[in-house]
Design a protein around this ligand. Sequence first.
Ligand SMILES: C[S@@+](CC[C@H](N)C(=O)[O-])C[C@H]1O[C@@H](n2cnc3c(N)ncnc32)[C@H](O)[C@@H]1O
Length: 293
Amino acid sequence: MSRDGSAPTLVEILTRTESWLRRRGVEQPRLESELLLSHVLGMQRLQLYLVHDRPMAEEELAALRPLVSRRGEREPLSWILGTRGFHAIELKMRPGVLDPRPDTETLVDAVLSQIPEGEDAEEVFVADIGSGSGAVGLAIAAARPQVRLYAVDVDETALAVTRANVEQLGLTDRVAVLAGDLLAPIPEARAIDWVVSNPPYIPTRHIDKLMPEVSRHEPRKALDGGDDGLAVIRRLVTESAKRARRGVALEVGHDQAPRVADLLRRTGFTDLDTFRDLGGIPRVVLGRRDPSG
Ligand SMILES: C[S@@+](CC[C@H](N)C(=O)[O-])C[C@H]1O[C@@H](n2cnc3c(N)ncnc32)[C@H](O)[C@@H]1O
């Protein structure tokens, strides 16, 4: 209700939501208010400004309030909206599954740079280990029709979201979604060309210092890389060295690239490359198998 007793207009609600989210530390409160409001009203974001002086109905406000309140608690926006754009695909999202980061698109691009384009190109078998929402593997499979993907996770919620995204992207013929630890659920007889992973790599003691979206909400097993952050990566590199025919590409923490490159070299990967994210941080380490070895 406005001060004069009339229903508040859309732009008034937008402004109030923005200042409320700003006070709660949300980094882009205007943009996010627009996204929440357009979600509730079923409009495109830019359409809001064409009808900015339209009064808001009580049912619309009732639908908006809990969403704004969740965001004020710093729940990831993608969980609230139920969707997130990543690379060239749109993903379904839900609470409990890691919200994919823009920096992770570096991992997708690194792997795509190794897989030629072309409808009649040879099949390439990719294993996305720790698939979460499916972001990495599905962006790769969507961009390269010759890719056959194994999407593996230990977490049931993550697997359910990966499956939902495989379906909505129409990739069921080319993707197997498997439950289990690292490469174990992929039968030994199955070929793997590339192992690709954005594994948990945050040192345990750093998790509580991260932004509230992460420390308060995201699942620990998606983040926790043990004392030095490399506990999962070490096991994954050892397993990949036995099975990956062409190579491995891993997302790593901001200061982990040299140590991970060293691990890859010591397990027999050669011709290593590092890829930087948008902030210039070495974010992905890629190692190849020596074809002669
Ligand atoms: C950092 S998240 C990455 C999710 C997704 N790939 C992305 O980039 O948005 C790590 C994922 O690895 C999964 N995970 C953790 N330990 C695992 C293990 N031992 N084997 C398979 N998956 C694991 C977690 O459940 C989580 O979904």
